[in-house]
Design a protein around this ligand. Structure first.
Ligand code: NDP
Length: 323
């Protein structure tokens, strides 16, 4: 089968289109013929080596397609079922993926493979951040960085569905339009405006109850300085690099809660995975979460997808269209 393999860490040029043996189904697993793989920023971390993985590796943490084979001991799934899934060790940028069924879900009739692959990882992350890391309440002021991005756009939408007032940061006018359309009531151009100053103006000097920060190094201080007393700083990514180490005594000013969550910590059991996917599907079906696919890239152009994502050229979701 064709797949995108990383043999050594580096830039997008290390993504190689290779013929590798098609996985054989093993007990307790399912073999999925992929229609789409989702592209996520985390894929770039595994590519560069910021996050460690065993090499050579097939990239890709989520996908959707049709079950081709079901291994011994798997119940509730059968060949022909359309599923979306999250990956463990091996990757989704491939024609087939061997998947742990604890992290796979049959797609409801109204959700296509494309939407399934586009919604799962970022939708689940948005839901867990807004409903679990800090449970957003009606009337809260919320600051979402990279609000036109794949995950940011969805956090904006979940927060609005929960009744929050949302401020989004973006780098360009086009991205501002995307964030506004997603529901952000206020926009800050964080590449040219002072975020804490603008937040003060917008919130009448109060600051925000929670900041969702997937940008990391470049925004950490501004995020901290934008919080209200008893605020939550939720740093969930490193798009601009890993934040510097923090002296926790800074949190005393304002009794701030600092959290560095990852999706997998919220969905470690099948029950948790199913509960969160149910919530995401419900939000999609109710029209609260809309998925916007920026571009579909052929498998052979996976490197181009990474160049666009890291080059801040994209909004919404990037997909790899496989078959
Ligand atoms: P995005 O689609 O949001 O793309 C990243 C965006 O970050 C860019 O479009 C850009 O928006 C902004 N950005 C700011 N500074 C930089 C920079 N120096 N280089 C590149 N981009 C920058 O990606 P994802 O939705 O896939 O991921 C967003 C973040 O969420 C990542 O940090 C990712 O790791 C994290 N994440 C974490 C999860 C978890 O479990 N903890 C799960 C899912 C995502 P702009 O041009 O507007 O600044």
């Amino acid at each position: 089968m064709k797949s995108i393999v990383v043999e050594k860490n580096g830039g997008p040029e290390v993504l190689l289109l290779k013929d590798v043996p098609k996985p054989t189904v093993k007990p307790g697993h399912i073999l999925v013929k992929n229609s789409y793989a989702g592209v996520n920023y985390i894929d770039t971390y595994f590519r560069t080596g910021l996050y460690k993985g065993e090499l050579p590796m097939v990239l890709g943490k989520e996908g959707a397609g049709v079950i081709e084979e079901v291994g011994e001991g798997v119940s509730g799934l059968k060949p022909g079922d359309r599923v979306a899934y999250l990956m463990g060790d091996s990757g989704a940028y491939a024609e087939y993926a061997l998947v742990n069924p604890s992290f796979a879900r049959v797609l409801p009739g109204g959700i296509s493979d494309k939407i399934g692959a586009a919604a799962l990882l970022q939708g689940m992350t948005a839901y867990c951040l807004a409903a679990k890391a800090y449970a957003v309440k009606g009337g809260d002021w919320v600051l979402v960085h990279a609000a036109a991005g794949g995950t940011g756009r969805l956090i904006v939408q979940v927060c609005r569905a929960l009744g929050a007032n949302v401020i989004g940061t973006v780098s360009t006018e086009e991205k501002a339009e995307v964030a506004r359309k997603a529901g952000a009531q206020h926009i800050i151009y964080y590449t040219r405006e002072s975020v804490p100053e603008r937040v003060k103006e917008i919130t009448s000097n109060t600051g925000v109850r929670v900041v969702y920060d997937g940008v990391g190094k470049a925004t950490f201080q501004a995020s901290f300085d934008s919080l209200a007393r008893l605020g939550y700083l939720i740093v969930f990514g490193n798009a601009s690099g890993k934040p510097d180490p923090v002296d926790i005594s800074i949190l005393a000013k304002g009794n701030i809660t600092l959290m560095r969550p990852q999706l997998y910590g919220f969905i470690a059991t099948k029950e948790e995975f199913d509960e969160v996917t149910d919530q995401v599907f419900k939000l999609i079906e109710a029209g609260h979460l809309t998925i916007e696919v920026f571009k579909e890239y052929p498998l052979a152009d996976a490197a181009k997808a990474h160049i666009d994502l890291e080059g801040r050229k994209t909004t919404g979701k990037l997909l790899i269209a496989i078959q």
